[in-house]
Design a protein around this ligand. Structure first.
Ligand code: UT7
Length: 331
C-alpha cells in the first residue's frame, strides 16, 4: 500500500479582530475572566458578506501554492465545517466552483471540531489504496454566525477561520523529507450529543419564531461537562496513537491539540507528561475555530519552523457529537 504525504498547507484568518475588551462592551464579562478561564485574548470575525466558502477558498489557494499544484490537479475536496454556507448544496460544492477544480469529487463532513482529522483520515484511505492522488482537506468555520451573543459562557470561546492541507501519495519507498501520515484514530460517543449542540436548524425542530427567540438555532453547551470529556478523550486518543506506533511522549517533537481552551490543553499535557515547549498553542489569538483549529495550527506551526525533518508530530482533536481522534505524522 502507498503512504500518504502532506504536500502543502495554508490558512486564512479574517482581518477583523474581536478582543475580549470589545465583547465586554456588549456583555457582562471581562478580559481577566476570559483569559484566566480560557487563555483566549482575541478572535477573528468575518467581514460583512464574507462566507464559509470564501475562507475555505483563501486557505485552499495557499495550500495549492505551497504544494505547487493547481485546482485542476485535485481529485477530491473534503470540507469539514459545522457552519456550512447553506443547507444545500454543500460548502465543498461552492468551494469547487470558486476554485474551478473541474475534476474534483466534493463533499462536506459534519464532525464539528474533529472534522479536519476525520477528513484527513478519509483522504488517507483513498490515497493509500491508490484510488485517488490529490485530496484537499479543508476546515472552514464562520462560528460568529452560530453563536448566541447573549450567552457569555459560549460566545467568548469561538472564532472564524479556515485551514487546508493538500494530501497526496508519497514516493515508494518514501523519500526523506516527505511528511508521512503514520496513522489516524477516530472515535465517537453520540449518547452525549446534548452537551454541545445546535438544537434547531435541522429537520427535527420546527422553525418557529419561538425557536429563534429562544436561540435554539445557535450553539448551546454544557461547558463543564464538555471540558471533562475533552480532556479524557484527547488523552485517550493520544495514548492509543502512541501505543500503536510503539512510541512514547518522549519520541514526540510537537503536539498539536485542538485549540479550545488553554486549561484543557494544560490538563492534557500534564496527563500525557508533555512538556510545554512541545505543545503548539494559538487559541489566544483565534479562540476555538472548531473544524479549522487543527489545520490553522498545523500551518502556523510549519510556517514558524516548529517542525524539522524527521520530527514526530502528534495531533489530538475533540468536538461535538462527541467525536474525537488523533493522528501521528512523521515530518
Ligand atoms: O471544542 C470543544 C468546545 N467546547 C469547549 O471548549 C468548552 C469547554 N468548557 C470550558 O471551556 C469552560 O467550562 C468554560 C470556559 C465555558 C467555563 O469555565 P468554567 O470554569 O467551567 O466556569 P463555570 O461555567 O463554572 O462558571 C463560573 C462562573 C459562573 O458564575 P457563578 O454561577 O459562579 O456566579 C458563570 O456565570 O463564571 C460565570 N461566567 C462568566 N463570567 C464572566 C461564565 N461565563 C463568563 C464570562 N465572563 N464570559
Amino acid at each position: 500500500m502507498r503512504k500518504t504525504t502532506i504536500l502543502g498547507t495554508g490558512s486564512y484568518l479574517p482581518s477583523k479582530v474581536l478582543t475580549n475588551q470589545d465583547i465586554s462592551k456588549i456583555l457582562d464579562t471581562n478580559d481577566e475572566w476570559i483569559v484566566s478561564r480560557t487563555g483566549i485574548r482575541e478572535r477573528r470575525i468575518v467581514a460583512e458578506g464574507e462566507t464559509c466558502s470564501d475562507l475555505a477558498y483563501h486557505a485552499s489557494l495557499k495550500a495549492l501554492e505551497d504544494a505547487e499544484l493547481t485546482p485542476n490537479d485535485l481529485d477530491m475536496m473534503i470540507v469539514a465545517t459545522l457552519t456550512p454556507e447553506k443547507r444545500l448544496p454543500s460548502t465543498a460544492c461552492l468551494l469547487q466552483d470558486k476554485l474551478q477544480a473541474k475534476k474534483a469529487a466534493v463533499y462536506d463532513i459534519g464532525v464539528a471540531c474533529s472534522g479536519f482529522v476525520y477528513g484527513m483520515s478519509i483522504a488517507d484511505q483513498y490515497i493509500q489504496t491508490g484510488t485517488l492522488n490529490h485530496i484537499l482537506v479543508v476546515g472552514s468555520e464562520v462560528m460568529s454566525k452560530v453563536l448566541n451573543w447573549k450567552d457569555r459562557s459560549t460566545c467568548i470561546l469561538f472564532g472564524d477561520g479556515a485551514g487546508a492541507a493538500l494530501l497526496g501519495p508519497a514516493k515508494t519507498p518514501a523519500k526523506t523529507g516527505e511528511k508521512i501520515i503514520l496513522s489516524t484514530h477516530l472515535f465517537s460517543n453520540g449518547s452525549l450529543y446534548r452537551l454541545l449542540e445546535m438544537p434547531a436548524g435541522g429537520t427535527a425542530m420546527e422553525w418557529t419564531p419561538d425557536v429563534f427567540e429562544q436561540g435554539y438555532h445557535l450553539v448551546k453547551m454544557d461547558g463543564k461537562q464538555v471540558f471533562r470529556e475533552a480532556i479524557e478523550s484527547m488523552v485517550d486518543a493520544s495514548k492509543i496513537a502512541l501505543q500503536k506506533a510503539h512510541k512514547t511522549m518522549e519520541d514526540v517533537n510537537l503536539f498539536i491539540p485542538h485549540q479550545a481552551n488553554t486549561r484543557i490543553i494544560d490538563a492534557i499535557a500534564k496527563r500525557l507528561k508533555c512538556p510545554e515547549e512541545k505543545i503548539f498553542v494559538n487559541v489566544d489569538k483565534y479562540g476555538n475555530t472548531s473544524g479549522a483549529s487543527i489545520p490553522i495550527a498545523l500551518d502556523e506551526a510549519i510556517k514558524q519552523g516548529r517542525l524539522k525533518k524527521g520530527d514526530l508530530l502528534l495531533i489530538a482533536t475533540f468536538g461535538a457529537g462527541f467525536a474525537w481522534g488523533s493522528a501521528l505524522i512523521r515530518w
